[in-house]
Design a protein around this ligand. Structure first.
Ligand SMILES: [Zn+2]
Length: 189
């Protein structure tokens, strides 16, 4: 299973990239202690809108992730495509839900192999926000079998969730998909 691979992958290698990154973050945090009005305002705004409460229950969302401007055009709505050109959304049978470009949703912005195909996404929407927070991605092969889909470094045997050099060895990673059923506790949206 995937969890076992993560657990067994990490201790086998000393991941120097991660150590460097952690050191950089620590150094940056230390030098950024001067209070500034912008920082205070940002913190205040973040606190006001902050998702401090636990995220809503995970649900299953089905559809295709598409370029927002193309989906809007198909509906006969006019909008300037250049303003929307990077946006992607999950097109379900009754809705267009923008994908939050965070650690998991970003792959849909980066990787056209994940777009314009049937997907099932486990995720949630926070109240007052239109975005879908994606937590897990399932695609389907040509026989209709469901595959859990992420990225994988063959050298380090670790999963990743967006296109970038491997966190550990900095080499190229690959899109990975493995047959997997949904867990039974996931409710449709
Ligand atoms: Zn690697």
């Amino acid at each position: 299973m995937i969890t076992r691979r993560i657990a067994s992958g990490w201790p086998q290698r000393l991941c120097s990239g991660a150590v460097v990154a952690a050191t950089l973050i620590a150094a940056r945090g230390h030098s950024d202690e001067t209070p500034s009005p912008l920082k205070a305002a940002t913190e205040q705004a973040t606190a006001a809108a902050s998702p401090q409460e636990p995220p809503p229950a995970k649900k299953l969302f089905k559809g295709k992730v598409v370029k927002t401007h193309e989906a809007i055009k198909r509906r006969g709505v006019k909008a300037y495509p250049e303003e929307l050109k990077n946006q992607v959304a999950l097109e379900t049978t009754d809705e267009l839900i923008p994908i939050l470009p965070d650690w998991r949703g970003r792959a849909f912005y980066q990787d056209e192999r994940l777009r314009d195909r049937d997907v099932e996404l486990i995720g949630f929407r926070r109240s007052g926000l239109p975005y879908l927070n994606v937590l897990a991605v399932y695609t389907f092969d040509d026989k209709g079998r469901r595959h859990y889909t992420d990225y994988w470094c063959d050298i380090c045997s670790i999963p990743m969730y967006e296109i970038k050099p491997c966190d550990c060895c900095q080499e190229e990673i690959r899109l990975r998909s493995e047959p997997q059923e949904l867990s039974k506790d996931i409710a449709p949206k």
